[in-house]
Design a protein around this ligand. Structure first.
Ligand code: SF4
Length: 234
């Protein structure tokens, strides 16, 4: 929903799921690495290796320096992963500090309900995945997603589904039922599986059919591919 805006990415290690299309395989490495990458200048890929995990004071200093030297560039801080909500203890400590610098945007797989409840007051935007069994290869998570969304709707939330060649219209219908059971004004983003070079794994006719079906149920339905791959910002 914020496509085209720039964000600071904070990437958290580890995930409680194992999606077939996961493009952050290193997040499943155990134990976590001793070092992580820190970009010194926004967008320049001049990474240095520092001890993992970073401490919150160092992190705050980096963020404040970026905001001071590059005013107006970043819309928000994106917490991504892996699954950021796996790090509940850390988030409780970090979120008030992060939010004092920039708005906070959570990117989540939409399954860790107690952890969301604990931290929800500190999020400004939530991008919540609904995992379709056809594309993710995961078991049925519908009821967990519904419980999660019923809490996340207190914030500026949207739902994202990744669709692939095997996706069924019945899964789109079930996603629409899930969203309308909470609030039909919550936007839905349909994201086609996108290869490393930007190739789309779903026919345009299927994408349009999904949007037409969902558009009859929900207020706002967008088709958005993984734009960073088209722009070669990997
Ligand atoms: S939820 Fe995200 S990080 Fe976790 S396995 Fe799925 S795609 Fe990978």
């Amino acid at each position: 929903m914020l496509v085209g805006l720039r964000q600071v990415f904070l990437r958290f290690h580890g995930c409680n799921l194992a999606c077939a299309y996961c493009d952050t395989r290193e997040t499943h490495q155990s134990p976590p690495p001793d070092f992580c990458d820190r970009e010194e200048t926004p967008g320049r890929r001049d990474f240095t290796s520092i001890a993992n995990p970073i401490d919150i004071q160092t992190l705050r200093e980096v963020l404040v320096r970026w905001v001071y030297r590059h005013p107006g560039i970043h819309h928000s801080i994106s917490l991504t992963g892996g699954e950021p909500l796996l790090h509940g203890e850390t988030l409780v400590e970090w979120l008030p500090v992060l939010r004092s610098v920039l708005p906070v945007y959570l990117e989540t797989n939409g399954t860790l309900i107690p952890e969301l409840s604990r931290c929800i007051d500190f999020f400004d935007h939530i991008s919540m995945d609904v995992k379709l069994p056809s594309s993710s290869g995961l078991d049925d998570l519908w009821e967990r997603h519904r419980s999660f969304l019923s809490i996340a709707c207190r914030k500026n939330v949207f739902v994202k589904i990744v669709v692939g060649a095997a996706t069924q219209l019945s899964e789109i219908a079930r996603t629409c039922d899930l969203i309308t059971s909470v609030d039909k004004c919550i936007p839905l983003v349909i994201q086609p599986m996108t290869g490393a070079s930007g190739e789309i794994a779903v026919s345009s006719s299927s994408l349009l059919a999904y949007q037409e079906y969902a558009g009859a149920c929900l207020h706002e339905v967008r088709i958005i591919p993984q734009t960073h791959k088209f722009l070669r910002m990997l």
